[in-house]
Design a protein around this ligand. Structure first.
Ligand SMILES: [Zn+2]
Length: 409
């Protein structure tokens, strides 16, 4: 009798539900808690009209363990026959309609899955992979359904590979003070991939977008111009991508110069790849002397590096006007460098200058997205790459969507 009262309290059961019996099954390492009720009239879950019990359905729910014993709730749940909605199993307070887990258990499972891989969570919780996946899918579905349309002033758009082959996904994130959340995951990296995001927003939301950081990727630019009012002044080609292009240009110059020098028996550029990619201020102390020596040699690579470093300073300008002038000077230097990879990046920047200079007005970058990208990379690693796009989406929303995932208590 005591354990009945105990479980009645632990479960927080209120009338008409009550614990009928508690049975310890040592072999299964399981505690079975039978729950019954004292009520003859039950509400149809569709229309809430109360009616007499028509039949019963015996159901089981996995609940939070009690002292390492798997704990299972069992109850004969009333079925009513509603004139309007037919046979309906009535709602129980501890679990959702078709769920095989109590809400508290689902909550725990969500917490565990947020911390570790699905496999790891299965082991800790003693549930199957499909069950864990089901809990995760329901959580995301619930979270997405609870979202209310809001204005998102600062957005970041980027593409992301799924870790297998050439499957890309388009990701839109909202950068808010202190938190960046994924708002959209679309298939591919075409114009339509992003169109679907804009088309899902209301006119007020589209008008409320103030700045969108993205790479100079034409399909994204086109899609944004087609949907967001005043987009021409809101698209920001962000420093992260642009500096990355400059770094790649430096690396290309280094590679071909190294090949050339090596053919003449000169190994000066050997194993220097990373050195040139550091920002001037970040070159590790142990490499500083060697780097200074190489830099002083009249190498193409050191010229490319200098042009890259000056380009990094461009982002420190305090107004768009100053930045425009700075860019002009940098451009004429870069274009006379006789370094093809560098010239190519310089021309590309010039073509997109209008939406590069928007940075100095909005001060918005894809920086917040970089953190997300690392987190997504972690998910890809944990999942050993994603072959299934739907699963990739679910995982991103589960971990990075900022959603309210828990079932309502
Ligand atoms: Zn009904």
């Amino acid at each position: 009798m005591k354990d009945i009262q105990l479980y009645q309290q632990i479960l927080g059961l209120a009338a008409p539900w009550q614990v009928e019996s508690v049975a310890l099954k040592p072999k299964e390492r399981e505690i079975e808690v039978r729950v019954t009720f004292a009520e003859t009239l039950w509400a149809c879950p569709q229309c809430q009209k109360r009616m007499a019990i028509h039949d019963y359905e015996e159901r089981r729910w996995r609940h939070l363990d009690s002292c390492q014993f798997k704990t299972v709730l069992v109850s004969r749940v009333p079925i009513v026959r509603c004139p309007e909605h037919g046979s309906q199993t009535v709602a129980v307070p501890w679990a959702g309609k078709y769920d095989r887990f109590s809400r508290l258990f689902e909550r725990l499972a969500i917490d565990v899955m947020l911390e570790c891989s699905t496999r790891g969570a299965c082991e800790i919780l003693g549930i199957s992979w499909d069950e864990a996946d089901g809990i995760k899918q329901r959580a995301v579905k619930r979270g997405l359904a609870r979202k209310t349309p809001k204005v998102m002033a600062r957005l970041c758009v980027d593409e992301k590979g799924m870790g297998h082959g050439h499957d890309y996904m388009t990701i839109v994130a909202q950068a808010e003070e202190g938190q960046t959340t994924v708002q959209y995951v679309g298939e591919g990296r075409e114009q339509e991939s992003l169109d679907a995001f804009w088309e899902g927003l209301m006119a007020e939301q589209l008008a409320g977008v103030k700045a969108i950081a993205m790479d100079m990727w034409k399909p994204y630019v086109q899609s944004t111009l087609a949907h967001v009012p005043g987009a021409a002044g809101k698209i920001v080609h962000d420093p992260f991508h642009l500096v990355k292009y400059m770094n790649e240009a430096v690396n290309e110059v280094r590679k071909s110069e190294h090949r050339r020098l090596q053919a003449q028996g000169d190994d000066i550029l050997k194993s220097t790849r990373q050195l040139w990619l550091y920002g001037m201020e970040n070159v590790p102390a142990k490499h500083a002397q060697r780097f200074d020596e190489i830099k002083e040699l009249n190498l193409e690579t050191s010229r490319a590096w200098a042009i890259k470093e000056v380009f990094r300073n461009f982002w420190r300008c305090d107004t768009a006007k100053k930045a425009g002038r700075y860019f002009g000077q940098w451009y004429s230097w870069a274009i006379r460098s006789r370094l093809e990879p560098v010239k190519k990046v310089a021309r590309m920047c010039k073509r997109h200058l209008t939406n590069i200079l928007t940075f100095f007005e909005h001060r918005h970058t894809n920086g917040p997205m970089e953190g997300l990208n690392n987190a997504i990379q972690g998910l890809i690693k944990k999942a050993y790459g994603y072959r299934n796009k739907e699963r990739f989406k679910i995982d991103i929303f589960f971990h990075l969507g900022g959603l309210a995932l828990y079932p309502i208590q």
